[in-house]
Write a new protein. Sequence first.
Length: 156
Amino acid sequence: MQIRLEKDALNVKDKSALIKFSQKTEVNDILLEGEGEYEIGGVIVTGIDKNSYIFDIDDISLGYMDFNEKVDPEMVEKLSNVEALIVCLDGELDKVLDAISQIEPRVAIFVGDQKAEEKLSHSSTKFEKTESLKLAKSDLTDEETKNYFFQVNARE
């Protein structure tokens, strides 16, 4: 799968689906509206709530969580088996990092504005800033979580 920042939306693309993360979450231009199970373009989606989803795409379990809401232990539990996790950094960084340490994904993809990047830089979390990332199942073998940061403009 290819993960790329385009016009302040994070896009995840495989051979049959395009997932867009911005103000809303869409798969192949179909808006996801929260809880439930969906299959769109060969991607199996489990909606935990309006801000949290699990996608089975390219044999990878990809979680998404927008942390501008409170960090809910039940959500953390539901996301605990994802291999890669996309995290929107709008909330309290300490709570976000604690949740990620409980989830233990192989890859954590942080998305936020310049202020979020500065906060993350001042934490003990090491990350690589990027605008594009190719991710395959074979990349998910390391014991330690690999962290990436995608910078978007501040939300208006």
